[in-house]
Ligand binder design. Sequence first.
Ligand code: ADP
Ligand code: AMP
Length: 230
Amino acid sequence: MRPRYILIFGPPGAGKGTQGRRLAAELGLAYIASGDIFRQHVEAGTELGRIAKEYMDRGLYVPDEVTVKMVLERLGRPDAERGAVLDGFPRTLPQAEALEKALAERGAEVDLVFYIKISEAEAQRRVQGRWVCRNCQAAYNLETNPPRVPGRCDVCGGELYQRTDETPETLRRRFEVFFEQTVPVLEYYRARGLLVEINGKQPIDAVFRELKAAADRVFGRIAGSGSGGV
Ligand code: ADP
Ligand code: AMP
């Protein structure tokens, strides 16, 4: 079977990471989040992390060249052989083109694209309570999705910390950048009939049920006919 690729779009705090991890586990695909990889580099103190942090802390996108190279390398690893759920990539049209080309080289294409929508007010509330695992990057929320043990990750026991790019001002900027640079990418996938919009304000389980139902529709069809589309 050819590899399968699902993209998850949404403004900051929409729940891309929360849902993407779960969906990838459910479908047996790799979960790849460009923001997580950047944060791992920042934590490890690499040169890439130093460059990325300058942009991240200002709410700006890291340059395409750097981002594309990093994500395509990750997509080529063995655990992504069956495909992947991509969270936060592509965020610009050049990134989308680079992804398309790389997938075509392995006889694959983007199969399904989700847009999880939430308001900026809801995002501000959520990211204020967001805590992220230093080790595996899983996200928690003190109000809506608390860890079982305070300050510790349920998945790996890692220490939880708060991101440095979540001040109200930075979040405002990240929303603007999302609408300016990433909504055009969404429109591109909408025009190809791949986009499924989801109301992200629902509880976590309700959002997941919608994502899973859409994935089952699309992949059921692919399994039956060998073609993509929603
Ligand atoms: P994104 O990856 O889109 O930035 P996250 O998955 O990190 O978003 O979620 C943002 C914050 O909101 C986290 O603290 C997470 O625990 C919480 N969260 C995610 N989905 C929901 C939801 N449907 N309802 C309430 N809180 C949520
Ligand atoms: P996220 O964890 O997805 O919210 O991403 C955090 C930050 O990482 C973003 O605000 C950007 O600075 C950077 N980033 C993540 N993914 C990308 C991408 N595809 N293109 C450019 N910058 C990115």
